[in-house]
Design a protein around this ligand. Structure first.
Ligand SMILES: NC(=O)C1=CN([C@@H]2O[C@H](COP(=O)(O)OP(=O)(O)OC[C@H]3O[C@@H](n4cnc5c(N)ncnc54)[C@H](O)[C@@H]3O)[C@@H](O)[C@H]2O)C=CC1
Ligand SMILES: CC(C)CC(=O)C(=O)O
Ligand SMILES: [Mg+2]
Length: 358
């Protein structure tokens, strides 16, 4: 089984190295994985002039699955889009048609104390943000900056076609059917025509899933309810920009953004697995980033792309055990715990995986 490894920028290479460690540990007595590395983001732009070289895109398309780190830095974010590290990821998502981005938000009991929120609010939180990933204001045209009446005008276009909404809605209802059968669609239908269409189409699709309880929230209120009563949510389906923002907020229910993995899937079930966090330039190169989001991406990859649910579970159990033993990276540190660096946390998880195999 062939995994394309696109580590990218900042903490991307540090955390994906730990995910690879976990995947190698879990495969020690079973099918082996071949990893092929390829450049993406600033690292690729600096050497090839393109943040998404054609060879990288082709490798990602050919592989059984893609393990991605993070792309972009604050410097490259200010360049024209085609030179930005982060833009490379948008292009790859579009090219592979990875429209369904599943972002599970699980409050590990061991980490309740690491959250800034009250225990009563987050105990038992288990929800999924399903973010549409290939359309919306991130891709709509016209876009750009032009001069009108002597001043600069920035333009982006929020745009959704009916079929784009329909397919992600189906993915949301199906995901809810496999869970607690509740789907909350988040939009801004009171102000945006795009989002009025979103609500209409999700409601239509909902008629095909009478066993799923459908609710709707506006994104502003949803962000409040998500923090106030997170346990009420099962699956949240939303557009690209709202899902981007809501999932970072939801990360704090788990203690840290360093805990959130994600799977970006297309209609054929092909997937790219990426932590929800970015390249974190403020902590890059210091061996302090939390690798658990990336390691948990490895588990999602095994489950969704490689058909290895037992192996996926072994990685997840190992993560839980390491947390139960009191090991923490700085972002989830609490009194009485043992602080580990990125590498040491990866080693601890790999060790636990090996123990589980015996
Ligand atoms: N998927 C991707 O490749 C993404 C790339 N980006 C890019 O990353 C760069 C930084 O963006 P930010 O807005 O600062 O978001 P970020 O997610 O990289 O960092 C936000 C904050 O969370 C912390 N953090 C993130 N991941 C962590 C981890 N694993 N362990 C411990 N702490 C962690 C960082 O230190 C920082 O304080 C930008 O250039 C941005 O464009 C941002 C989001 C996603
Ligand atoms: C494409 C990324 C740079 C934007 C982001 O924050 C994300 O996809 O979560
Ligand atoms: Mg984001």
């Amino acid at each position: 089984m062939h995994i394309a490894l696109l580590a990218g920028d900042g903490i991307g290479p540090e955390v994906t190295a730990q995910a690879v460690k976990a995947l190698r540990a879990v495969a020690a007595n079973g099918p082996q994985f071949d990893f092929t590395e390829a450049p993406i983001g600033d690292a690729a732009y600096d050497t090839t002039g393109d943040p998404l070289p054609e060879a990288t895109a082709e490798l990602a398309e050919r592989a059984d699955a893609v393990l991605f780190g993070a792309a972009g830095t604050y410097e490259s974010d200010l360049r024209p889009p085609e030179q930005r590290g982060g833009h490379a990821l948008l292009r790859l998502r579009k090219r592979m048609d990875l429209f369904a981005n599943f972002r599970p938000v699980t409050a590990f009991p061991e980490l309740i104390g690491a959250s800034t929120l009250k225990r009563e609010a987050i105990e038992g939180v288990d929800l999924v943000v399903l973010r549409e990933l290939t359309s919306d204001i991130y891709f709509g045209t016209p876009r750009g900056v032009h001069v009108t009446n002597g001043e600069r005008v920035g333009v982006n276009t929020m745009r959704y076609t009916e079929s784009e909404i329909r397919r992600v809605a189906h993915a949301g209802f199906k995901a809810a059917q496999g869970r607690r059968k509740k789907l909350c669609s988040v939009d801004k239908a009171n102000v945006l025509e795009t989002m009025a269409l979103w609500r209409e189409v999700v409601t239509e699709v909902g008629r095909e899933y009478p066993d799923v309880e459908l609710s709707h929230l506006y994104v502003d209120a949803a962000s409040m309810h998500l923090i106030r009563r997170p346990r009420d949510f099962d699956v949240i389906v939303t557009g690209n920009i709202f899902g981007d923002i809501l999932s970072d907020a939801a990360a704090m229910l788990t203690g840290s953004i360093g805990m959130l993995p994600s799977a970006s899937l297309n209609a054929e079930g092909r997937g790219l697995y990426e932590p929800v966090h970015g390249s974190a330039p403020d902590i890059a190169g210091k061996d302090i980033a939390n690798p658990l989001a990336s390691i948990l991406c490895g588990a999602m990859l095994l489950r969704h792309s490689l058909g290895q649910p037992a192996m996926a579970e072994r990685i997840e159990t190992a993560v839980r055990r390491v947390l139960a033993e009191g090991y923490r990276t700085g972002d989830i540190m609490e009194a009485g715990a043992t602080r580990l660096g990125t590498e040491a946390m990866g080693d601890a998880v790999a060790r636990e995986i090996a123990r589980l195999a015996n």
